[in-house]
Design a protein around this ligand. Structure first.
Ligand code: MGD
Ligand code: MGD
Ligand code: MO
Length: 653
């Protein structure tokens, strides 16, 4: 039997897959040939998904902690015992501190609307308890807010239109690692391609040209490129008059960013900046592919805001194959209010920011966080300030429940661990964030052991607590129908995927001057906000690993073998002044923490910059990872994380 499903991972591609089932067992998993993005191929990680599904390390039954927090010693308990204990603790905490002392902490382990995704699954249950809201600030928010200030939506262009582009700027993005299906549309075009990335990535190596600016300087570069275009008189005056607001003020801002000044800020040669500006001026349509990497900085929101203005002065927004593609999430018209049911909240509640977990556990007191539900997240591995997060999770008075597949670093701090189903074992609906397809995931095999889906876990917990609201007991299929109101669910289910139409810009006008940004206390015009991490160390970029997906898969033996040593890549000039040679074991540190790696010398990183992949498990890496050095600071817009705005010292061990 063949069952249509969908990859749950946090990746722009949102693939459709086919599970081969024999006698109730998944014996094969491959990409769906009919899905226009997947085109029959998965990726180096998901090709091993069934190994993970059948792994001996999978958590198969509920467990209760017996050792100290962090020791990782547990005893097996029944679901009845687990539900009874959780219900009793929640009741006690709610009575003493109120519902807001409960934090449902959702990660991106699954992007499914029904079982995972940043706060949707189980939200009805938490609303009924009056629990705190969870703000998923860890990934893309600064850029999303920046684009909304400029465009009114973060939706952007359909990447399938890249085939019509004549010039494509791959700006702070490495699709050959972080979403390779999107690359095909770039490859199928006859566009000239330019990578703009401090690191010469797999993608940069395949481009016609590579510019390596200093990290966090992209807004200045974008303003400088616009300066060159305007100096040439190459702006599209008709488009500007008809489709934009605030041109006069913005032109003055652009005038401040001369190529010489921008060269000083970005560390790029002035001739290279001039050449790129001139190329953009004469090439229609020009497309920009930007993803989340460049906005993991103090000025990340401003960077995306400035980038979105570039096709606004060239008129590319109006030409098929022109514009900017960041995330397509804004194009999906899904009925989230009906799914999440905020009307079930007994009163308005506070919102806690995902990236501020350490602070929230150690410093917030109004009320303190007393119960933490970790759902499809591994904050010890993925959050900033690893040591602070661990200190928070070590609090003896904190009741932590983790729903997981594997004994991750975070599971080690749980009071109760609940076994969760994997994608072929539950129903879900997903919307890609790098293209315009909805994907359906039909359950293919029964849950193994005592694993339960997120939804079933919260239905049972609601029952245990005696909650009477009928909406808490809706089936997964009912939830999907509510979410997809207005879409053809039956067709989606039969075919496995469905393309949605891009939603137009609501105001119809691009705002160079943003009244909404001004109201939020920001510069009304796009500006350059410099990196914020103090010190004289190297800037450490910890971007996507080719072999792991955040910390997911970083326990798979074959993928760990392929990933090899945990490397820290430095430019030979920076290594020489630190007495480091290729292969030297090094300590990477700053005031927040430290981790260990093996130095790799390469001019793939520009001088002043070091790079190490994200995703390793602390317990498989000597107790700490790169996230021990990352600040818990916010970016400019939306409270986004600043993973790549991180200065470190690197010394031989
Ligand atoms: N294999 C794999 N794929 C993944 C992931 C993974 O862990 N592994 N993660 C997934 C997730 S969660 C996300 S959000 C997506 C998107 O994630 P991406 O947008 O790909 O994000 P990053 O990998 O952080 O960064 C992308 C590139 O931006 C560069 N960069 C960093 N700082 C700057 C800067 O200041 N300016 C410029 N111009 N470039 C900069 C980095 O060197 C890197 O090559 O990828 C997803 N895909
Ligand atoms: N240094 C550094 N750190 C980063 C980043 C960076 O650029 N640099 N990028 C950040 C980004 S972009 C992101 S999105 C975050 C992601 O951070 P997290 O959201 O914490 O994601 P993961 O680390 O992949 O952990 C997800 C966990 O969910 C579990 N899981 C998967 N599916 C399910 C399910 O259906 N049910 C349940 N119960 N569990 C499930 C997996 O087993 C896994 O352990 O990491 C961030 N961390
Ligand atoms: Mo992400």
């Amino acid at each position: 039997m063949k069952v249509l499903g969908a990859c749950p991972l946090d990746c722009p591609d949102g693939c459709s897959w086919v599970v081969d089932v024999e006698d109730g067992v998944a014996v094969g998993l491959r990409g769906n040939k009919a899905h226009p993005i997947t085109r029959g191929a998965l990726c180096v990680k998901v090709n091993r998904y069934l190994e993970q599904l059948k792994s001996d390390e999978r958590i198969m039954h509920p467990m209760r902690r017996v050792g100290k927090k962090g020791e990782g010693r547990f005893e097996r308990i029944s679901w009845d015992e687990a539900l009874t204990e959780i219900a009793a603790r929640l009741t006690g905490i709610t009575e003493e501190f109120g519902g807001e002392a409960i934090w449902p902490f959702h990660g991106t382990g699954s992007l499914g609307y029904i079982q995972g995704l940043e706060g949707f699954s189980g939200r009805r249950f938490f609303n009924a308890l009056g629990a705190s809201l969870h703000d998923p600030t860890i990934c893309s928010i600064a850029g999303t807010v920046g684009l909304k200030y400029t465009l009114g939506t973060s939706g952007g262009m359909d990447p399938e239109d890249f085939t019509e582009s004549k010039l494509i700027l791959l700006w702070g993005t490495n699709p050959l690692t972080s979403g390779h299906h999107g690359w095909k549309f770039i490859q199928d075009s006859d566009a000239y391609t330019v990578a703009i990335d401090p690191v010469r990535t797999r993608t940069a190596e395949r481009c016609d040209e590579h510019l390596a600016p200093l990290p966090g300087t992209d807004a200045a570069l974008a303003l400088g490129l616009m300066h060159i275009i305007v100096s040439m008189g190459a702006q599209d005056d008709e488009f500007i008059t008809e489709h934009t607001e605030g041109w006069d003020e913005f032109r003055d801002r652009i005038a401040e960013f001369t190529p010489e000044r921008v060269a000083g800020i970005t560390g790029l040669p002035v001739e290279r900046i001039m050449a790129l500006g001139e190329r953009i001026a004469r090439t229609r349509p020009t497309a920009i592919r930007a993803s989340q990497g460049m906005q993991r900085h103090a000025g990340g929101g401003m960077a995306l805001r400035a980038l979105a203005c570039l096709p606004g002065i060239t008129g590319d927004w109006a030409i098929p194959g022109g514009g900017l593609h960041y995330s397509t999430s804004g194009h999906f018209d899904l009925n989230l209010p009906e799914l999440m049911r905020f009307d079930l909240l007994p009163h308005p509640v506070r919102t806690l920011s995902m990236t501020r977990l350490g602070e929230a556990l150690l410093e917030v007191d109004d009320p303190p966080v007393k119960a933490l539900f970790v759902i499809a997240a591994n904050p010890v591995g993925s959050n900033p300030e690893q040591r602070k997060v661990i200190r928070g999770l070590e609090r003896e008075d904190l009741f932590t429940v983790v729903l997981e597949h594997f004994p991750t670093d975070t599971v080690g701090y749980a009071d109760i661990v609940l076994p969760a189903t994997m994608q072929p074992e539950h129903l879900d609906v997903l919307a890609a964030y790098g293209n315009l397809y909805l994907v359906w995931n039909e359950p293919a095999v029964p849950p193994p052991g005592e694993c339960l889906s997120t939804t079933e876990t919260f239905r049972r917990l609601a029952q245990q607590l005696g909650l009477t609201e009928p909406a808490l007991y809706d089936s997964d299929e009912e939830l999907a129908r509510q979410l997809l109101k207005g879409h053809d669910l039956d067709r989606l289910r039969t075919e496995g995927f469905l393309k949605v139409a891009p939603r137009p810009v609501p105001t119809g006008k691009l705002q160079f001057v943003s009244p909404r940004a001004e109201m939020a206390g920001h510069d009304p015009l796009p500006a350059y906000t410099p990196p914020a991490d103090p010190g004289d160390g190297l800037v450490l970029i910890s971007a996507a690993s080719h072999y792991f997906l955040n910390t997911t898969f970083a326990n798979n033996p074959e993928l760990l073998r392929r990933a090899g040593d945990p490397t820290v890549t430095l430019h030979p000039d920076d290594a020489a002044t630190r007495a480091i040679t290729d292969g030297t074991p090094v300590t990477v540190s700053n005031t927040r923490g430290s981790f260990e790696g093996i130095a790799e010398l390469s001019d793939r990183v520009r001088p002043g910059v070091a790079a190490t992949p994200k995703g390793r498990w602390a317990k498989l890496s000597g107790g700490a990872t790169v996230n021990a050095t990352i600040p818990e600071r916010d970016s400019d817009f939306g409270g986004g994380a600043v993973f790549h705005d991180n200065r470190v010292q690197i010394t031989p061990r």
